[in-house]
Ligand binder design. Structure first.
Ligand SMILES: Cc1cc2nc3c(=O)[nH]c(=O)nc-3n(C[C@H](O)[C@H](O)[C@H](O)COP(=O)(O)OP(=O)(O)OC[C@H]3O[C@@H](n4cnc5c(N)ncnc54)[C@H](O)[C@@H]3O)c2cc1C
Length: 105
């Protein structure tokens, strides 16, 4: 597939397809894992979930990694606690906003 220039199994971008032709070859098992959800639902600054029209859906709030839009492009390892901190804050804030929404009727 690398030689042909098209990955029909994993759909890797053709520019990264490099034929491996010369040994010796070594193999190891890899178990991919990730720290967090990337690309959760989209929220605004009030933790309101936005619909496809980018407008808030009344009464629906999200925080933490369910609102993983924050890390959609990048996970910054140089910013300690950035993911947990974001999750603590937006989780609490979203719960607070949802409580206020219910109380307001
Ligand atoms: C190995 C590892 C290392 C990490 N290291 C760092 C770090 O150094 N610094 C950093 O900032 N962040 C780190 N993170 C990321 C950090 O852990 C997350 O950002 C944070 O925990 C996300 O919080 P959350 O509340 O959104 O989700 P979670 O912590 O995943 O909480 C979701 C909760 O919902 C519960 N749940 C799921 N489904 C249901 C259901 N149907 N009903 C009821 N409950 C449900 C789950 O059991 C869980 O308790 C790390 C993550 C991993 C996995």
């Amino acid at each position: 597939m690398a030689k042909a220039g098209e990955d029909t199994e994993f759909y890797k971008d053709a520019q990264f397809l490099i034929p491996i032709e010369r040994g010796p070859f070594y193999a190891f098992e890899m178990i991919p894992a990730w720290y967090s959800t990337l690309c959760g639902v989209k929220i605004d600054g009030e933790t309101r979930v936005l619909g496809a029209d980018d407008q808030p859906i009344p009464g629906l709030y999200a925080g933490g990694l369910d609102s993983g839009e924050f890390f959609k492009d990048n996970y910054n390892h140089g910013f300690s606690g950035g993911c947990s901190g974001y999750s603590y804050f937006t989780g609490l804030f979203a719960a607070d906003r949802a409580t206020a929404y219910i109380k307001e009727g």
